[in-house]
Design a protein around this ligand. Structure first.
Ligand SMILES: Cc1cc2nc3c(=O)[nH]c(=O)nc-3n(C[C@H](O)[C@H](O)[C@H](O)COP(=O)(O)O)c2cc1C
Length: 199
């Protein structure tokens, strides 16, 4: 088992989503002591946004790219190779303003590459990142589980599934900003979710 933990909180220290993601990894390690762990923290090592220059680089044929364009594409290539090289991916995912962090979006924009991580066929799109198990540690101030206000879970199922990652297991740490009792309950729920979700 090769585990890739990706922290997508804006915070380098004290992020709840990173803590829950680390707890998932610890539990996986306890069950699979031979497992290797790679950690990428996007707050520590920010990935550049998909701006006009990045799009220009991606749409320029490799042999015609300037050194700057080649360097920009190489940053995305590294994230794609990292995903391909691991069989278990653990994402720490905070909720900010009802959505995902900018850090998570940069990662998704980096790994979604036509012809590499997905392709279009005559029968529709096909995800090419197969055989992965993905755990998602959600951290939220309020409570959204199974409600229409939860835009994150449907989006993540959709985009990861599009890329071929269909085994996605969610761990909910919710109510973290609703007072100490609610926060404690939210963390207890997250621990129960981890137990239920583990390989
Ligand atoms: C800028 C910002 C926006 C937030 N927006 C929401 C929100 O829309 N809904 C919610 O339930 N919690 C919201 N929260 C609370 C976070 O979800 C909570 O603090 C969570 O722990 C963030 O994850 P992190 O600790 O991993 O960074 C927000 C927090 C911040 C800092």
């Amino acid at each position: 088992m090769n585990i890739l933990q990706i922290n997508t909180s804006s915070r380098r220290e004290g992020a709840n989503s990173s803590k829950i993601a680390s707890q998932i990894v610890e539990q996986l390690k306890a069950r699979h002591p031979q497992a290797t762990v790679t950690l990428r923290d996007l707050a520590v090592q920010p990935h550049p946004v998909l701006d006009e220059a990045a799009l220009g680089a991606l749409f320029t044929p490799a042999e015609q790219r300037t050194p700057e364009q080649a360097a920009r594409v190489a940053l995305d290539d590294a994230l794609i190779a990292e995903v391909q090289a691991h069989d278990v991916i653990v994402l720490g995912v905070p909720m900010y303003n009802f959505g995902n962090s900018v850090q998570l979006k940069t990662w998704i924009d980096a790994i979604a590459r036509a012809g590499v991580t997905f392709r279009y066929t005559e029968s529709g799109p096909e995800g090419l990142v197969k055989g992965k198990t993905v755990y998602i540690a959600l951290a939220r101030g309020g409570i959204y589980r199974d409600t229409s206000n939860d835009a994150q879970v449907p989006y993540l199922k959709n985009v990861l599934g599009f890329l071929g990652m269909t085994d996605v297991r969610f761990v909910y740490a919710e109510g973290l900003a609703m007072g100490p009792e609610a926060a404690e309950k939210g963390l207890a729920q997250a621990h129960a979710d981890i137990e239920a979700a583990l390989l």
